[in-house]
Design a protein around this ligand. Structure first.
Ligand SMILES: O=C(O)CCC(=O)C(=O)O
Ligand SMILES: [Fe+2]
Length: 276
């Protein structure tokens, strides 16, 4: 793992643009360990649920709250990742809200409507969007062809936009989105395996369906500062400071899968997701 220390310039860019790309955050060995685990682990597969877009295409995702001692937990607790989150969010205790393994399969991987992650999290009762961030780690390459993330550069400055159900997802009010599209640059975030993208909880983003013959797999981890205590979300992970581990923990732990008694999200239990 890259001994990441974000520069003042990177922090300035994040504050200005609402996102920051860190190339080669993970080594090739780490990515292949994590990807093999993602594709081979029965628990990760068993706990996955389908998340449908409006046209019926689906993303498979597995979401857990408390980070454990498995390779994914160790990654999200690594000094490099947690310290970078700290640098971007500013003072406060860094907590891990949840991580999702996103499995966007060839031909069937679904689209994501324009949204802000805070469009979801506001509904969980979080008050402070600036205390929340998403970190997306590419496990495969992400390209325009396989439906990479698109962000509107600088759109986090808009503040929260109203969100309502768009199929099973939350979509931002399209009048505001269309206005924003006219005013902010649209960036296609193409990533190599091991690259990392940070984005602000109010950054408008979306992705197209994966109509290519290549999968797009990623992990998205959401972090929060402990003072930002939500009044609806019951899971305590988001206000529990992360116990950090050394950057080499992912590799030195060997391949270790997630245990089945982890606090995985059941789709039915989540108030921000509509279950038909
Ligand atoms: O991975 C994607 O294409 C988008 C997912 C996303 O924005 C989310 O889960 O909030
Ligand atoms: Fe999102």
């Amino acid at each position: 793992m890259n001994d990441l220390k974000l520069s003042i310039e990177q922090k300035t860019a994040y504050d200005r643009d609402g996102y920051l790309i860190v190339k080669n955050f993970l080594t090739k060995e780490e990515v292949s360990l994590l990807y093999n685990l993602a594709t081979g682990d029965d628990v990760l597969k068993d706990k996955a649920f389908d998340f449908n877009d409006q046209s019926g295409k689906r993303t498979k995702l597995t979401l857990w709250f408390t980070p454990g001692d498995d390779a994914y937990g160790l990654l999200t607790r690594s000094e490099a990742l947690v310290q970078s989150v700290q640098d971007l969010l500013g003072p406060g205790e860094v907590c891990h809200f949840h991580s999702k393994l996103m499995q966007k399969e060839p031909q069937v991987g679904g689209a994501w409507e324009w949204h802000q992650d805070y469009g979801y999290w506001y509904k969980n009762g979080f008050l402070f969007p600036d205390a929340m961030i998403s970190a997306m780690l590419a496990l495969t390459e992400a390209t325009i062809q396989n439906g990479c993330l698109q962000v509107l550069k600088g759109s986090h400055k808009i503040g929260r936009i109203e969100h309502s159900f768009a199929g099973e997802q939350q979509g931002a009010d399209m009048d505001f989105v269309n206005e924003a599209i006219g005013r902010f640059e649209r960036v296609y975030v193409e990533l190599e395996p091991g690259d990392l993208l940070f984005f602000h909880s109010n950054t408008l983003h979306m992705s197209e369906a994966n109509t290519s013959d290549k999968p797009r797999w990623s992990m998205i981890s959401a972090y929060n500062l402990s003072y930002n205590k939500p009044f609806r979300e019951k899971n305590l992970s988001c206000i529990t400071p992360v116990q950090t581990v050394a950057n080499n923990a992912v590799m030195s732990s060997g391949v270790k899968g997630l245990s089945a008694d982890r606090d995985f999200l059941q789709k039915e239990d989540e108030i921000t997701l509509k279950v038909k």
